[in-house]
Design a protein around this ligand. Structure first.
Ligand SMILES: [Zn+2]
Length: 484
């Protein structure tokens, strides 16, 4: 019997606000000493009253809109009761029956064969503190307690570990793009749990599901799911049954390990938070949220492919991050409509290579190599002012110093030599210096002219116009053949 996996994902994403969800403490705790970003509210002290962070609500609503969800007008914050040392109030403020956003989707996969993955709900909640287990006990840091968080729950529409990875990458891309989340998996600002079950292929009913936790990279999500699917199929094939439980991914051993049996929802004794009134989101306010959204990555990718006649691969690469897309669009504009493809090549080739070498971000390098300059270099090549070889040199100089490309070309006298008489002189020199190659050429190996063009490029330090140089060579070679 064949089995197919059924996967649903829960993403926890920290919301990029200046302060915490229900108090004025700074949410920027990454480099702070333990327990320095705390107050009576986020420490859960008796009598402390929460005040909801409006910016967090705005950002969750914008997330819902970007994920094609319905944003619900009536919202209730609930208390989810459980006792754990990282939760000082013994309950987490979250949303239960009425999430702020519901029934959205994202599309994954290549053009033409995209797959739609449903999003059941997006709700807001507060993060917990952090525990650190040491030799003689456990330490707790409440700096993270109360940081705004949203939970994005997919439908069980995912059918392979690869689709799971693509879905997560797409959700992360959108969140980072609209500025609601840092997208940082390593420090836990974007994290994911997976619900996975298997069922006989073609069956309607779902199998018993297992929740997998502790995956902190896209690769570990893919590996953990692969392992867990095979484990479940193995158990079923051996005549066993799957326990509904929570399992943790062990990265070093490459296996999932049983942690605890899954609680049912009623164990949490949810009830509406009495200290926070129901939130009503007005239509006008929602309209403003929609207006605040930038053009989203899928739409921008399609527009780039169409308007700039880019390949699907180039369009994908250039819209992976918003900073790259913005950079490209400005650079292509500055190239004066000259070959956007050339601008794309400079960006994804040379620029990405240099950023890789220096370890800089695009934003940091933009201070020197402004997008207008990249466009200028492409235009200089297209209008024949500099050769491709010189352009590379100008590009690196511009990347290093931040000087304008035209100024570099002027100051260093790098203009392309397109003057026929100058190139004819060079052609004669090269022909005289390479009798054997010239001989090959006359014996019918016409490709050897490329070598001679290369020699002209070398002699002119890359400044010769290669097309005109080749023409001059062909004419001179014809002349030598006649005189021979
Ligand atoms: Zn606080």
């Amino acid at each position: 019997m064949d089995y197919e996996p059924v996967i649903g994902l829960e993403v926890h994403a920290q919301i990029r606000t200046a302060s915490k969800m229900f108090c004025g403490c700074s949410a920027d705790y990454a480099n702070a000493a333990p327990n320095t970003h705390v107050c009576p509210v986020c420490l859960g002290l008796p009598g402390a009253l929460p005040v909801i962070n409006q910016r967090a609500i705005e950002l969750v609503a914008e997330t819902g809109l970007a994920l094609s969800c319905t944003v619900n007008h009536d919202n209730i914050i609930s208390r989810k009761q459980y006792f754990y040392a990282d939760l000082p109030s013994n309950y987490q403020r979250t949303q239960y029956e009425d999430p702020i956003c519901s029934y959205g989707f994202v599309e994954i996969g290549p053009d033409g064969e995209t797959r739609r993955i449903g999003i059941r709900r997006v709700h807001m909640e507060e993060d917990t503190g952090k525990l650190q287990h040491v030799a003689d006990g456990s330490l707790v840091d409440y700096n993270r307690a109360g940081v705004p968080l949203m939970e994005i729950v997919s439908e069980a529409d995912i059918r392979s570990p690869e689709q799971a990875r693509l879905y997560l990458q797409k959700v992360r891309q959108i969140l980072v793009w609209i500025g609601v989340n840092s997208g940082n998996l390593e420090d836990g600002a974007f994290r994911c749990d997976a619900n996975v079950s298997v069922r006989p292929t073609g069956a309607e009913a779902f199998g018993a599901k297992v929740e997998v936790k502790n995956m902190n990279s896209f690769r570990s999500v893919e590996r953990a799911l692969q392992y867990e699917i095979e484990r479940q199929i193995g158990v079923l094939k051996a005549g066993g049954a799957i326990d509904q439980e929570t399992r943790g991914w062990n990265e070093e051993r490459g296996i999932t390990v049983g942690q605890r049996s899954k609680e049912d929802a009623h164990d949490y004794r949810y009830f509406p938070e009495p200290d926070i009134p129901p939130l009503q989101l007005e239509e006008r306010w929602l309209g403003a949220r929609a207006a605040a959204l930038p053009e989203l990555p899928d739409a921008r990718r399609e527009r780039f492919a169409q308007d700039f006649r880019l390949s699907p691969q180039d369009a994908e690469l250039l819209t992976a991050e918003r900073a790259t897309a913005d950079y490209f669009e400005t650079a292509a504009g500055a190239a004066g409509g000259q070959s956007p493809k050339a601008v794309a090549n400079w960006l994804t080739g040379e620029l990405f290579r240099l950023l890789n070498d220096t370890g800089e971000t695009l934003e940091a390098a933009t201070i020197r190599l402004q997008p207008e300059y990249l466009g200028e270099i492409a235009a200089l090549v297209a209008e024949g002012t500099i050769s491709g070889t010189v352009a590379k040199q100008v590009f690196e100089e511009c990347f290093r110093t931040g000087h304008a490309p035209r100024a570099i070309v002027e100051a260093q006298g790098l203009k392309q030599i397109s003057d026929t008489s100058a190139l004819t002189l060079l052609a004669r020199e090269v022909i005289a210096a390479n009798p054997k190659v010239v001989d090959d050429y006359h014996r019918g190996r016409t490709q050897s002219i490329k070598f001679l063009v290369g020699q002209i490029m070398r002699a002119s330090k890359g400044q010769a116009n290669p097309q005109i140089a080749e023409k001059a060579l062909a004419e001179e070679l014809g002349a030598t053949a006649e005189s021979a």
